[in-house]
Design a protein around this ligand. Structure first.
Ligand code: DX5
Ligand code: ZN
Length: 225
């Protein structure tokens, strides 16, 4: 039997923003180990969500791994604030700044795990020079900005490609997948080689969220070879 295990990372983007602390509690109670915070600035993506203050205020109330996905331009200007807020992972977009190496180095130097993300139109080749320094690669399987979109199947090839490079070069980054991940798509995502499944609307739409997380795990198990 394979020793692989998928982590489920609910995104609170699809939660009721008037009660964000409760949303994070619901993630914790469901048995998921990671909570995914979608940070949007209205420039890199059309929507505006929230900033580091909200993450900081929730931090003392949760023992989950905090995973911040920065969909903002010039993320280097906000790294200190998200580190100070208590994030465990900070992921920035390949398309969001010229100075990716500098920004990723800054995250690492502050003692936080760093991630790089690519939108559907960005090839894996564009981040190959950074793969030896990142802790996580976040493959977007929808165009970022909104929850509830359909997974773009062709993006799964990028997970396969990244998994191949990881094995070939003996790198140890995790592969996370974000966008349209649900009970219908989890097996394809896992079969492609992902380690973390971000799931927003499917999690918050589920009537029994613990059962949803368990079902995601058991479907994932069936896909492990
Ligand atoms: C989209 C966000 C996602 C979003 C996923 O830009 O990065 O994290 O919450 O939502 P679903 O699972 O509904 O596609
Ligand atoms: Zn996200």
């Amino acid at each position: 039997m394979s020793g692989r295990r998928i982590e489920i990372a609910p995104s609170i983007l699809s939660s009721d923003f008037s009660n964000m602390r409760d949303a994070v509690d619901q993630v914790e109670v469901s048995g998921a180990g990671i909570v995914h915070f979608d940070i949007m600035d209205g420039v890199f993506v059309p929507q505006i969500t929230f900033g580091p203050k909200l993450v900081k205020d929730i931090r003392p109330h949760s023992s989950l791994v905090f995973d911040a996905h920065l969909m903002i331009v010039n993320p280097e200007t906000q790294i200190d604030a998200f580190v100070d807020a208590g994030c465990d992972y900070i992921t920035i977009h390949q398309e969001s700044t010229v100075h990716l190496h500098r920004a990723l180095t800054k995250i690492k130097e502050r003692g936080v795990r760093c991630g790089i993300s690519i939108v559907p139109s960005t090839p894996v080749a564009s981040i190959v020079p950074l793969l030896d320094m990142v802790d996580l690669v976040l493959v977007m399987t929808v165009n970022p900005g909104f929850g509830g979109q359909k997974l773009i199947q062709s993006c799964l090839d990028k997970i396969v490609q990244l998994d191949g490079i990881r094995k070939e070069e003996d790198y140890d980054f995790l592969i996370s997948v974000d966008g349209g991940v649900n009970l219908d798509t989890i097996q394809d995502v896992v079969a492609a080689g992902a380690d973390i499944a971000v799931t927003g609307s499917a999690f918050f739409d589920a009537s029994d969220r613990s059962a949803f997380v368990q079902r995601m795990h058991s479907l994932a198990m069936e896909s492990f070879s």
